[in-house]
Structure formats: structure tokens, C-alpha cells
Design a protein around this ligand. Structure first.
Ligand code: ZN
Length: 178
């Protein structure tokens, strides 16, 4: 039997704070969140890397976007960080980090897990269980992604909204040329 912790949650062998489920995807709270309402969106099928099953990963990412929007509204967050990163758990997943305070919650991956009580988790869980997610029928054929022509890319201006000037300097150092 597969001992993966996420598979155990999918099979309901392990109780989790599940607040969304359909035939392909399940979403639940992280019990050691890095921000209030931190959640994982997980395919029901077990595989480790996003490109081990790209079509399923695309579905998971699409669901994660819709779930992130619903979480943002349900918790009144100002933003939701969406991340796909290597993990100790070899089961592909998308992490959602609701941001309630840009100073405190940013950047979330560097934050330490918070200590939360069961009552606090339950409170968030109740709010998220009531969210509704509308899913469009998935089309059989995904369109090929059209990349921007090189010239257009060079002329693109990076928006600065919601980023403090300190962060903007850091971002410029990281991505700007010359
Ligand atoms: Zn698994």
C-alpha cells in the first residue's frame, strides 16, 4: 500500500482539513501554516514532479487559481502567493499562501511556520468549506501556448503595483538587464 501522506488524505485514511474536492483534485489546510489559511491543492493521482503528468498538473494549477481566488475572498486576504516548489513529500502540489499583511507575510516561503490552535484552524476551515468554485468544462484540446515575439518582450514594462519601493529595487536587481 502507498504510504504517501497526501495519498492517505485522498483515500480518507488520514483526517485533514479538506475544504474542496472533485474527481481530480483535493484541497486542504496546512496545519503548520506560514500564513493564516495556507492551503495545499493536490492531485488525487500520485506523482512527484509537475512534468510526470503534465495534463493533470495543468488541471491542478487551474483549480489552484480558482481556489486561491475563493480563499482570498473568504478570508479577506489582500493577495495569495501561489507556489510550486520541491517538497519532502513526493506528491505534486500547489501551495497557496494568503497574504494578510505585506510587511509580515512577505516573502512567505522564508517565514517560519506559525503555531496555530485547533480552534483557529477550525475557524478558517469553516470559512473555506463554504467557498464555491465554478469549473468550466475542461476542453479536450488545450491550445498551444503562444510565446510573445522577442521584440515585444523587450518593450514590456513591468508593473509596480502593490510592491513597496524597497522590494522594487530588489526586483530590479534580480530581473533588469544592464
Ligand atoms: Zn501520493
Amino acid at each position: 500500500m502507498n504510504e504517501c501522506i497526501f495519498c492517505k488524505i485522498v483515500r480518507k485514511e488520514l483526517a485533514a482539513y479538506v475544504f474542496y474536492e472533485d474527481e481530480k483534485v483535493i484541497a486542504f489546510l496546512d496545519i503548520n501554516p506560514r500564513s493564516k489559511g495556507m492551503s495545499l491543492v493536490v492531485p488525487k493521482k500520485h506523482y512527484a514532479n509537475f512534468d510526470d503528468d503534465l495534463p493533470t498538473s495543468i488541471v491542478v494549477v487551474k483549480r489552484a487559481m480558482l481556489i486561491a481566488k475563493a480563499i482570498k475572498d473568504a478570508l479577506g486576504a489582500i493577495f495569495v502567493d501561489i507556489a510550486i516548489m520541491p517538497s519532502q513529500i513526493p506528491h505534486f502540489h500547489v501551495r497557496l499562501y494568503p497574504i494578510h499583511d505585506f510587511k509580515k507575510d512577505f516573502p512567505l516561503v522564508e517565514n517560519k511556520p506559525m503555531t496555530v490552535t485547533e480552534a483557529e484552524l477550525n475557524d478558517v476551515w469553516q470559512k473555506l468549506k463554504s467557498i464555491e468554485i465554478e469549473i468550466e468544462e475542461e476542453k479536450k484540446e488545450e491550445k498551444t501556448v503562444q510565446l510573445l515575439p522577442k521584440k515585444e518582450l523587450e518593450n514590456k514594462v513591468v508593473p509596480t503595483n502593490d510592491v513597496s519601493s524597497a522590494n522594487w529595487e530588489w526586483i530590479k536587481k534580480k530581473f533588469a538587464r544592464g
